[in-house]
Ligand binder design. Sequence first.
Ligand SMILES: [Zn+2]
Ligand SMILES: [Zn+2]
Length: 361
Amino acid sequence: MPARDYYSVLGVKRDASPEELKRAYRTLALQFHPDRKPGDEAAAQRFRELSEAWAVLSDPEQRGRYDSLGPLFRPDGRPPSQDDLNAYLADTFSSLFGRKRKVRGDDLRYTLTLSLEEVAAGCVREVRLRRRSRCARCEGTGAEERDGRSPCAPCKGTGRSPTRRLLRSDCPHCDGRGWQKIKDCRSCSGSGVLDDEATLKVRVPAGVANGQKLKLKGKGDEATDGGPPGDLVVLLQVDEHPLFRRRGLDLLCEAPLYFTEAALGAELRVPTLDGHTTIKIPPGTPSGRIFKLSGRGLPEAGGKEVGDLQVKVLVEVPTELDAAARAALQALRPALDGRHHPARKQWDDALTSRPRKGDLP
Ligand SMILES: [Zn+2]
Ligand SMILES: [Zn+2]
């Protein structure tokens, strides 16, 4: 009986053409040839497997027999041995009757809402969720503590296959455990798992994006019958920030500026994700100018780069003037003429030099 499926030994599909088979064999045989890897026992074994698979599959008649007999095929053409038959039947029966096909536990989903500050620094959050956990009473076996198990008769409690088998050596009756369940665990009714509330720590690396998913392997539901647990998939949702918008690694914000500050210069306090800082507004700063604070943006997820904080200043025009403010501004008017507003002067000059016939009636 072949130790492994000939097609997978050659890494080809079952309907591979003779040319595909030949190509696969040549490539692999060259790779594992003992001349190339002297003294490498694993490579030599692989080479023998390859040669056996090739010998069978390259001969149309042999290949036809292999395709119909499958694991019971013998390259020497003899009928399958009793051991081979036993092993084959045990495998077939166990899969037919659902013996310990290790089924994975379900994946769980959780939506985690983060602040931009948490994104910037990374964080560890505790999440509470309903989860199937392993039953502590029976340690997930499903068998009652004292009198729930009896030694497996076919393997005499060893867990090893009672027949000599080539493909696997676990006892098919007890799945290698050496015992069989005769009484269900009282706590979990034999399933090995319990519905539970669980608190799990989720480590969120810095720089994650809105909508990104984190997979916590093995943190989903525990499987019944000792299969592997599912995963916990955490969907990350980043809250809108009242001050900052995010563009790639950069953070953008808009700072309102008194027009006196814009004209005379000022020290302006601006927020950052970890507090605030001060930027110098030089005299004559136009509305809309962007001040870049490098390295004050977000870190690259899993990288070394850090974005910038871009502060766009917007001159705020005073509204709802009281009498005093109005009078002060009126007094300012003659002092601030075109000499101080070059763009406005250019505009006015352009208009005066134009023929008047474009004027609206
Ligand atoms: Zn057994
Ligand atoms: Zn239990």
